[in-house]
Ligand binder design. Structure first.
Ligand code: TRP
Length: 336
């Protein structure tokens, strides 16, 4: 039996190149080798978007279209909507007894996110909700509801996996061997930088290149990219290692990479020409993705079908796990 892999995405916006190179590329590589559960985590997205349900609703579809367009194969991957699996919510309630408030506040991921919120909304902490502080508990339910064994994650999500493992051990020690303890599958790609030189590409950072962006949008973003600040004139020699244009040439594996590097160092390559080449190569890279996106946009019924089938398959698995849980927590009153 192939191992069960589980990952989740918050549907708060379309996918960008940071998602693609930081995470999705790994999913594509491993999707044939595992029993893969891929959760569109709408309930988790609502923890900090509860006052904007339209945004979450729209993006459930957008993210699904992005995933299908990059080549996630719904015959291999169970692609499903979190809110349509009520067992996850049931598990969350049971797990919430096993986690102290102190432990939640100590979770480094939650701590960082609370600090970011305080910086944005003022220091009172009033804006931090019970649901938000508790999202690691709900994420533990996401993983264990499907007996997830491996969870592909970036560094920033490691504390959430650790907290999940603690919940599993506590649960099993009280109620008997029931849940599977997951392990992280750390991504080998480091975080993807922004064209603006920021360490991270992110929608909220305003430096994201979306998979769905058209040529005009990409051109605008690439033309504003940070290059070697020492280079003033077109034929000044420069250092490609501190240039975001070169960084992106490498990322999308531009064909004449060595030439780009050598020419840049020798001052034989102007930044404008180099950026234009990047725009061209990026559009080539995105072309097959855009073609598929157009297809799915014109066939919403195909997208619906994928989500409905995936959710049905995933729900079966969650129901199996839940019936074991009910039995062991002794709340299986009328099940025989
Ligand atoms: N917290 C993850 C993120 O923000 C998304 C997520 C939800 C997830 N449920 C999950 C990731 C389960 C791994 C496993 O990216």
């Amino acid at each position: 039996m192939p191992k069960i892999v589980l990952t989740g995405l918050r549907p708060t916006g379309k996918l960008h190149l940071g998602h693609y190179f930081g995470a999705a590329q790994t999913w594509l590589k491993i999707q044939n080798d595992y029993d893969f559960y891929m959760e569109i985590a709408d309930i988790q997205a609502l923890t900090d978007n509860f006052n904007n349900p339209d945004k979450v609703r729209v993006n459930v579809r957008e993210v699904t279209i992005d995933l299908l367009s990059i080549g996630i194969n719904p015959d291999k991957v169970h692609l499903y909507i979190q809110s349509m699996i009520p067992e996850i919510a049931e598990l969350t309630v049971l797990y919430s007894n096993l986690v102290t408030m102190a432990r939640l506040y100590r979770n480094p991921t939650v701590k960082t996110e609370i600090a970011q919120k305080k910086a944005l909304f003022g220091n009172s902490g009033e804006s931090v909700t019970y649901g938000f502080v508790g999202y690691p508990v709900s994420q533990a339910a996401d993983i264990t509801a499907f007996d997830g064994e491996l969870v592909p994650v970036g560094e920033d999500q490691l504390p959430l996996i650790e907290q999940c493992r603690e919940i599993v051990r506590k649960f099993n020690s009280i109620y008997g061997e029931t849940l599977v303890e997951p392990e992280p599958l750390l991504s080998s790609t480091p975080r993807i930088k922004g064209l603006d030189g920021n360490d991270k590409m992110g929608k909220s950072l305003g430096n994201a290149i979306f998979l769905a962006d058209n040529e005009a949008t990409i051109a605008k973003k690439v033309m504003g990219a940070i290059t070697d600040p020492q280079k003033i004139k077109k034929d000044d020699p420069a250092n490609p290692d501190i240039c975001m244009v070169y960084y992106y040439h490498k990322l999308i594996d531009s064909k004449n990479l060595d030439d780009i590097c050598v020419e840049c160092k020798k001052g034989e390559r102007g930044c404008v020409a180099c950026k234009k080449e990047l725009i061209h190569n990026m559009m080539e890279f995105l072309k097959p993705i855009h073609e598929k996106r157009t297809y799915y946009e014109m066939h919403p019924e195909v997208v619906d079908e994928v989500l409905l089938n995936g959710t049905e398959e995933a729900r079966k698995k969650a129901q199996e796990v839940m019936s074991k849980v009910r039995k062991n927590v002794k709340i299986d009153y009328f099940d025989d």
